[in-house]
Design a protein around this ligand. Structure first.
Ligand code: MN
Length: 211
């Protein structure tokens, strides 16, 4: 789905909005998917409606090549294509099956890179807390190495040649209704619904891309 083309559509979530209770509330999920993500999709479609050449570029191509786009639409494409990609990735990383830390090759790589899974969680939380204003925290594969990075606004790690494995939306719209201004408790709750299965699939894909 990340490689689809104009006109972009907002596919329904794979599960009901209540699926991540009590960690992420249903109303937040509904607004986040049906209003926030929808707005990025509508904006992106509106920008591309008058640019036939850009309609032949995939979502990822639009993001990766944003710098070479006409200057009057460059920022709008980056913000809205990034908004679509980041939200799809974030939602795709959620699961309602409870926490089970990564195992196997992926689990080993996390332990080797960060010391332990618990240390990884601490480092990731610190990074997510450090995002000033709106943005994301990510676990990425960068030159064969696991790294925790952050991006501002709707920028994506793709622009910097990094391969995303796990992404956390720390815009206030992602948590304000339930967690108010307490981003730390939102991050703690998110760890209960972050899918290590999906992250492991992403990790394997990232490894394949590098070879
Ligand atoms: Mn969001």
């Amino acid at each position: 789905m990340a490689n689809d083309y104009y006109p972009f559509i907002n596919a329904p979530l794979m599960c009901p909005f209540t699926a991540f209770e009590p960690y992420i509330d249903a109303k937040t999920m509904m607004l986040h998917h049906d209003n926030h993500l929808q707005a990025y999709i509508d904006n992106l479609n509106a920008i591309l409606a008058d640019n036939e050449r850009l309609q032949t570029m995939s979502l990822e191509e639009l993001i990766i090549n944003a710098d070479s786009l006409p200057s009057d639409i460059r920022d709008a494409v980056r913000n809205n294509a990034g908004g679509v990609w980041n939200h799809r990735f974030f939602f795709g990383n959620l699961v309602n099956a409870g926490l089970s830390p990564p195992r196997g090759q992926f689990g080993d790589a996390i332990a080797e890179t960060f010391g332990s899974f618990e240390q990884f969680q601490q480092d990731f939380k610190e990074a997510a807390l450090s995002v000033f204003g709106s943005g994301y925290a990510w676990l990425v594969l960068d030159d064969g190495k696991l790294r925790i990075v952050t991006t501002a606004n709707q920028n994506t790690p793709l622009e910097n040649g990094m391969c995303p494995i796990l992404g956390l939306d720390v815009w206030e719209h992602a948590y304000y209704l339930k967690h108010y201004n307490d981003r730390a408790s939102y991050i703690d709750d998110w760890f209960n619904v972050a899918s290590w299965n999906v992250a492991n699939i992403n990790y394997q894909k990232c490894l394949e891309q590098e070879t």
